[in-house]
Structure formats: C-alpha cells, structure tokens
Design a protein around this ligand. Structure first.
Ligand code: GLY
Length: 570
C-alpha cells in the first residue's frame, strides 16, 4: 500500500475513534450572545474570541484563529498552504457578501508533464511528498488581505496569540501526538531534516501533554506581524523558502512568492426554500455542487421521506452522483478556462439532472458520467465565526494531505503544502484510487488546482446570518456541507445533532455509496434493494458550525465530536 494511502487510512482511523467515543451523551452546542468561534483546535478558537472581546469583528477573529491554527494544529492549519474565505458583513444596505480565494498557485516553472516526467524518472510520490508537491502558498496573503480590507484591529494584535503560542509553546494535544507518532507519518516526515528538527527533536514525536515550542515559526510570524505580506513573500522568509526548494529539488522561486495574489471572487449565491445560500465559486467546486444538489433535491418531499431514511439517502446520493459527474468534467481554474457556470447552475440543467433520478433504483455512474472523479486528501480544516453585529466568516484552509508535503522550510519553521496533487497530474489516466480527471484541471504555470472546500453561510430572508458551515474532508466536504445544511433547514435538527448525525457520501466514481456507522440495518437493506453498492467507512469530516437563533439572536457553536475542536462563545 502506498504511503499516502496509509496516512489517509490512519487519519480515518483516528477520526473514527473520536466519533465512536462521542457516544449518545454529546454535550449540547455552546451558547453565547456576543460572538462565537468554532475551530478544530481549542486554543485557536480562544484566540479568535479574544479578538471579539477586544472589540474586533468576525474578520479580526477569523484571522487570529487562522494564524493560530498554523501553530497549534500543524496537521492542517498553515502558513504554507491556502484556502477560501466566505463572509457576510452587515452594511446599511444589507449583507455584503464576500468570497476570497487564497488557493495556492502552480509555480511558474510547472507544466502539464511535470509529474508524468517525475514518475518516469522514478519519483512516484512527486505530487504528494516533498518539495515538488508544493504550490505557492496563499494563506498569509489571504488572511492579511482580509484583515486590511475588512478587519478593524492592528496586525500585531491579531498575530499576537499565534506568536506567543509558537514562542512559549503549548501542551501537545493527544490527537497531534497520535498523528506524529504514527509509523507512516513519522517515516514520511523524517525524510526531511528540517521537519525532524521541529517535530521529532529527540528522535521521536513529542509526548502528549509536553510543552511544544516552535521558535523558528515564532520568528516567521513576527516578521509577518512587523512587515505584513513582505514578511513572508519577500526578505528573509522568501530567501529561506527558496533555499529550501533548491535543497529539496523543488521549483518554486522567490519570484513566484512575490507574484502571489489572493483574488476576490463573486460568491455563488442562490435561494433554497426561504434562505439565501452564499458559498465559494471556482476554483472551488463546492458552491456549484451545492447549488446543483439542493436544486435537484427541491423536487423531492424530503421531510416526508424522513431524516436519514433510505428514501432520502437514495435521492440525496443520486444528486451527489450527478453533481460530481459535472464537477470532474467541467470545473477548474476560472482564470484559465471558460467554465460553463451559467449552464451548470441553470434551472433547466438542474431540472434535467433531477428528472433522471429514479425513485426506487440507483443509477449507474457510467450512464451519468462522461467525466471523472476527485482525488483530494481529507486533511484540511475549517473555522466559523460570528460577531456581535451579525458579521459572519467561514474559512476552509488546507495543506492538502496531513502535514502537507511533510517538508518544513528550514529556519522558517512552517510546513509546505502538497496541493499540486489536487491537479489532474496525469489527465485522462486513473489516479491512485482508480479515478480520472479532465484536462480542465491539468497542471499549468500560475494555475490554481480544483478544490472541494465549501465554506458556506446561510442567510434568512432579511439577510441576517442563520448558519455558518464548513468542514475538512476532500470530496466529502461538499456532501457533508449539503447534509448538515439539510439537517438544519429541512429536517430541523438542533445544531449539534445536525453535525453529529451519521453521514454518507457518493462522488460518482467509484460507483459506491459510503456510509458512516450508525445507520440502522433496515436502511442499509433498503438501499441495497435499490441497487446501491454500499461500503461502511470511517468518520466523515470535522464540522465546525455556528447557528443563530432568529428571534433571540442567541448563537450556538457546534464542533464535531469526530475531531478535537471546540466552540468558544463571548
Ligand atoms: N485539498 C483539498 C481541497 O482543496 O479540496
């Protein structure tokens, strides 16, 4: 079994232990009046709430949480990765909606044959492990752009918790210890001397509960606090990164760093029932798929079918199958391709897709598909924020795989992503999982790889925030956001119950319906009778949800028991 596949299975196992332990007595959602931050790691959520207490808004809190996760949640939090931010900010004219793309870009020297040639030269893991796997990081530019444009606090104030935690250290949580101590991750990480120095200082993973300090990372964060984006994309950090690339056979240069820009995009916005959904457009596939799936499902009596009944799971899975077929064939970087977004999200196309769903029989993906499927890794992270004025921020960010490329930049203390693997590294050929993606997502200089990250906000008819949603999970991100949204809006589950409910996933290819444990046997049998190819799988995602009760304005924060995160209220 390949190394990345082993890492992936280990992560699933760790997550499924967490969900099994959650049991029936899950605590209710955390309640607060003045603001809420929900994140995959408690210290990062606390840093965000600290900004709200100091009078900052949801953007200030999100930026503080994002920088903190780079310190306290190294498996996915990052300076060396990228992500997407969706926000709705109250203005006198109603809610201003924002979609900020800080996805990584392929370095200027990248080309369509990069990984085909690397594999031919014997470097079989070149798109997942080590320096060649890294795209130009976007997180620092994106977070600083958001802070400067929509935040209210000083950069130094917002970065202070992250710098303190990197310099003074924090008690290493069990989850991070377990990740680092696993044989497959340890052996991959240990190939890189700078990574060994940070994460295996005495030859093994630091003990759970020991004080974990990251002095080089503290210095990098201090340069960012002092000099803004120049503290990362130029000067000493850029020099260290370029040296690291040369040492490890990567192709990213200082010019790539200096040229990196986050991009404000027009959010995907559409109505579902009485709500307005605001989500991420390409290069994320999340918003488009959400619009398609909710559109197809509008024609079915989901309430009558019942929550997680075989009838509802069947039609929801069929909507997933159809949407993923479009995703993999037609979506990529909108700056390099004319994407058929108008057609893909048109009522006539969505209705036509919906009409092909048979009420009592599974379709075959071969019939539905002319395209392919997804190959994203599942290690990503999400945080949700709401402030006292109803400003809401939903951020999903990633290094792609667990600890990204596994390569730390020596002297700068941060991990590089392996986001290049989100491209179709060999278009038209099956990947590691036997899946195929199209030319539209091929590697090319300056391009952004297609993503599944789906940071989403649900507004009521008056433009007030009702829910802030998001999760990690590669392709399961899209289908998990769909299910929690349906759990809240259609099935009227309480926030924590909406997050905790068993989940399922279909991505067209492989032609298989994956189910978490916890669904009754008769639901399994009824789905099998409809012709679904079922497979039990480990925990799906690590959801971070905030819901706002419309009459009282009370906020409810629900962090997923599948992970180790927390909701912190103010
Ligand atoms: N790397 C996971 C995603 O962007 O979907």
């Amino acid at each position: 079994m390949s190394q990345s596949r082993t890492c992936y299975l280990l992560i699933c196992l760790l997550l499924s232990c967490a969900v099994n332990q959650a049991g029936a007595a899950d605590p209710p959602a955390v309640e607060a009046k003045n603001g809420m931050v929900v994140a995959a790691e408690p210290l990062a959520a606390e840093a965000g709430v600290e900004m709200l207490r100091r009078g900052g808004n949801a953007i200030d809190a999100a930026v503080a949480t994002g920088f903190c996760l780079a310190v306290t949640y190294p498996v996915a939090g990052n300076l060396g990765g990228g992500g997407f931010l969706v926000a709705t900010l109250p203005t006198d004219a109603g809610a201003q909606t924002i979609a900020l793309d800080f996805r990584e870009t392929a370095p200027a020297a990248a080309h369509a044959r990069l990984y085909i040639d690397a594999v031919a030269a014997g470097k079989t893991n070149a798109s997942t492990l080590g320096h060649l796997a890294a795209g130009v990081p976007g997180s620092v530019a994106g977070l600083l752009y958001a802070l400067e444009k929509w935040g209210t606090l000083e950069r130094r104030t917002v970065l202070e918790p992250a710098i303190r935690l990197a310099r003074e250290g924090f008690l290493l949580p069990r989850r991070t210890h377990q990740f680092l101590a696993s044989a497959s991750i340890a052996s991959a990480m240990s190939q890189f001397s700078a990574t060994r120095a940070v994460f295996y200082p005495n030859g093994s993973a630091p003990a759970e509960g020991s004080v974990f300090k990251q002095p080089d990372l503290a210095e990098t964060l201090t340069r960012i606090a002092n000099d803004g984006r120049a503290g990362f994309y130029q000067g000493k950090t850029a020099e260290l990164l370029e040296k690291e690339m040369k040492r490890g056979g990567g192709i990213m240069t200082r010019a790539d760093l200096a040229n990196y820009r986050p991009i404000e995009r027009k959010p995907i916005e559409f109505s579902f029932r009485d709500y307005r959904i605001v989500s991420m457009p390409p290069p994320s596939s999340g918003g488009v798929c959400l619009q398609q799936m909710l559109g197809m499902l509008s024609t079915f009596p989901l309430e009558e079918f019942g929550h997680n009944s075989s009838a509802s799971i069947h039609v929801i899975a069929e909507s997933m199958r159809r949407s993923f077929a479009d995703r993999n064939r037609f979506l990529g970087d909108p700056d390099f391709h004319e994407l058929p977004l108008t057609r893909l999200t048109s009522p006539s196309h969505i209705q036509a897709q919906s009409k092909t769903i048979k009420p009592n029989a599974a379709s075959s993906s071969k019939e539905v598909l002319s395209g392919a499927s997804a190959r994203e890794k599942e290690q990503t992270t999400h945080y949700s924020v709401v402030d006292r004025n109803g400003g809401a921020v939903s951020v999903t960010t990633t290094l792609n795989g667990a600890f990204g490329s596994k390569a730390v930049v020596a002297g700068a203390g941060f991990l590089l992503n392996n986001e290049m693997d989100d491209f179709a590294t060999e278009p038209g050929k099956p990947n590691l999982y036997g899946l195929v993606q199209g030319e539209v997502n091929a590697v090319g200089p300056g391009r952004r790889p297609l993503s599944s990250m789906t940071p989403t906000i649900v507004l009521d008819s008056g433009g007030r925030v009702r829910h802030v949603l998001g999760t990690p999970g590669g392709p399961t991100i899209i289908t998990n956001v769909l299910q929690v949204l349906l759990n809240l809006v259609v099935y009227r589950l309480a926030p924590q119950a909406a997050v905790n409910a068993p989940k399922f996933h279909h991505q067209c290819l492989p032609d298989r319906l994956d189910l978490e444990p916890g669904l009754p046997k008769d639901v399994w049998s009824a789905l099998e009778r409809r012709g679904h190819n079922l497979k039990e799988r480990s925990a799906i995602g690590d959801f971070q949800l905030i819901s706002r009760e419309p009459t009282t304005g009370t906020l409810y924060g629900a962090s997923d028991p599948r992970g180790g995160g927390a909701a912190r209220g103010h």
